[in-house]
Design a protein around this ligand. Structure first.
Ligand code: HEM
Length: 129
């Protein structure tokens, strides 16, 4: 299976359990990086989680279309400068994201899925920063 297939396949389990994904992700993030929690004071986990989730859906839908991904993620990255996001924040967000996706995949998760998401997340970071 190639990266795109591995990402698509494992994301299906996220789409089936969206609410759990959102809550798990932010619980994990605020535990791992308490310093970022105040950055989200103008929103709620549910609202912000829905936006993050929507951007992941678009990412996965366009996983075979790098130009479309670039057009979306470059401006999103610019907006993040205004939100106070720094380069140093991206690794912990990636770790929590992949950790949460892996949990929702249970025993269907493999080291190939892990590697596919690590590669995909690196592409996202490269475009956003
Ligand atoms: C995979 C990487 C990321 C994705 C896909 C992502 C996605 C998003 C999206 C879609 C929004 C909403 C934008 C809007 O309303 O126009 C957002 C807002 C935000 N993001 Fe991210 N983000 C990522 C990484 C990060 C990182 C590393 C940080 C730093 C801790 C961060 C902090 C924030 C903050 C503070 C907001 C604004 C919340 C608010 O007040 O509404 N994000 N993000």
């Amino acid at each position: 299976m190639d990266t795109a297939q591995l990402v698509e396949e494992s994301f299906e389990n996220v789409m089936l359990r969206k609410d759990e994904f959102i809550l798990e992700f932010y619980d994990d993030l605020f535990k791992m990086a308490p310093a970022v929690e105040p950055m989200f004071r103008n929103t709620t986990k549910e609202k912000q989680g829905q936006k993050l989730y929507n951007s992941l859906v678009i990412l996965v839908e366009n996983i075979r279309n790098p130009e479309a991904i670039q057009e979306i993620l470059e401006p999103l990255g610019q907006d993040h400068v205004g939100y106070g996001a720094q380069l140093a924040h991206y690794p912990v967000v990636g770790e929590c994201l992949i950790n949460t996706i892996s949990k929702l995949n249970g025993d269907q998760w493999s080291s190939d899925h892990e590697q596919a998401w690590l590669n995909t997340y690196q592409t996202v970071v490269d475009l956003m920063t």
